[in-house]
Design a protein around this ligand. Structure first.
Ligand SMILES: Cc1cc2nc3c(=O)[nH]c(=O)nc-3n(C[C@H](O)[C@H](O)[C@H](O)COP(=O)(O)O)c2cc1C
Length: 351
């Protein structure tokens, strides 16, 4: 088994283990992916990655972080995604959508404007979270139980739209300090009801959403979840790798096929904790619980990526920034590892 071995997830076959990691482009209006997204995702499909994941895609307008993020809550957005999905499929690649809600990390300006909170004139909305705990200087409103249930349904509705648009898989974004993470983290979640307090209560929103999504998507379609395996907060409330392993077991029991182990989301991660492959041990530890995993974070070299797979530390390598530097990472990696790979006929004279 190596970087170019296929991976079978329910009925989905990935031609290799290379994934384009979700990357927000802040280039949409009204949540509609446009030409930028077609070229960005499409060129990485041309570049040979087995699975392309969209950037985080909001399930409702309040789920956006900025007004330039993408969504999939209406027909126009769904139609625009379909066009991108069709192009990726024409390149013999697979495409998944990352469904997301920003929770207390919403209502922000474009990153070019330093992601400061939007003003009312700019279209600010009231951000809501598990609790009224400050996140990045903003105190969100605590969600009611009815609102939690409604949002679970919105994830299911978005998943149905994604299936209709032709996506091959769905990933729930449950890391990086966004809404699911705001529920399972005891640092943020201070609720006293069935959605707060104990571990089981804090993971309840994510688990119920997994069940709701699993119910509406085809049995043969794989379901992925990205988590923050650790939050780098060194207090008794901090989320640990042991918590992630326990969460992963529950997610697996509820029909999740693969976990991508990322990290952080509420604080800056100190520089000494970030180095090539720094999150691979998280994927390896979670894999020991019996679920498939994706490793992400500073994976930039063909040999490094291949070693992660051949040594059995993870089942997929999920590559973000190196794919911005080199959309053809997979083709180049195949050459370097001396593996035969398909090159689009239009480009064959160059390789
Ligand atoms: C421009 C940019 C946008 C990102 N947007 C997302 C996102 O939408 N969803 C997500 O889960 N992670 C997002 N990330 C995090 C990456 O997917 C990845 O986890 C992180 O960059 C570490 O991987 P790398 O070292 O290969 O870049 C983003 C990263 C970058 C650089």
């Amino acid at each position: 088994m190596n970087l170019f071995s296929p991976l079978y997830l329910r009925s989905l076959t990935l031609k290799n283990r290379i994934v384009v990691s979700p990357m927000q482009q802040y280039s949409a209006n009204n949540g509609i992916p446009g030409n930028w997204h077609l070229v960005h995702l499409g060129s990485r499909a041309v570049g040979g990655a087995g699975l392309i994941l969209t950037e985080c895609t909001a399930v409702s307008p309040e789920g956006l972080a900025t007004l330039n993020d993408v969504g999939i809550w209406n027909d126009e957005q769904q139609e625009a995604w379909k066009n991108i999905v069709d192009f990726v499929h024409e390149q013999e690649a697979k495409i998944g959508i990352q469904l997301w809600h920003s929770g207390g990390k919403g209502s922000l300006r474009h990153p070019n404007q330093r992601m400061k909170p939007l003003t009312d004139e700019e279209g600010a909305w009231t951000v809501k979270s598990s609790s009224a705990t400050e996140i990045n200087g903003v105190i969100p409103q605590e969600m009611t139980v009815a609102e939690i249930h409604e949002l679970t349904q919105k994830f299911a509705d978005a998943a149905m739209r994604a299936v209709e648009a032709g996506f091959d898989t769905i990933e729930l974004h449950a890391g990086h300090g966004y809404l699911f993470h705001q529920f399972y983290s005891a640092v943020i979640n201070k609720r006293n009801d069935e959605y707060g307090g104990s571990f089981d209560n804090r993971i309840r929103f994510l688990v119920e959403t997994v069940r709701a999504v699993r119910k509406v998507i085809p049995e043969i379609m794989p379901l992925l979840v990205r988590i923050s395996a650790v939050d780098y907060i060194d207090t008794p409330e901090g989320w640990t790798l042991e918590d992630s392993a326990a969460l992963s077991e529950v997610l697996k029991e509820n029909g999740v096929d693969l976990i991508t182990a990322s990290g952080g989301g509420f604080t800056n991660v100190s520089k000494d904790k970030v180095f090539p492959g720094y999150q691979v041990p998280f994927a390896a530890a979670i894999k020991k619980t019996g679920i498939l995993t994706g490793a992400v974070g500073m994976i930039t070299e063909a040999q490094q990526a291949d070693e992660i797979i051949t040594s059995g530390k993870a089942d997929l390598v999920v590559i973000a920034r190196e794919h911005l530097r080199d959309p053809y990472f997979a083709i180049h990696a195949a050459k370097e590892l001396d593996v035969e790979t398909e090159i689009p006929w239009q480009y064959q004279r160059a390789f």
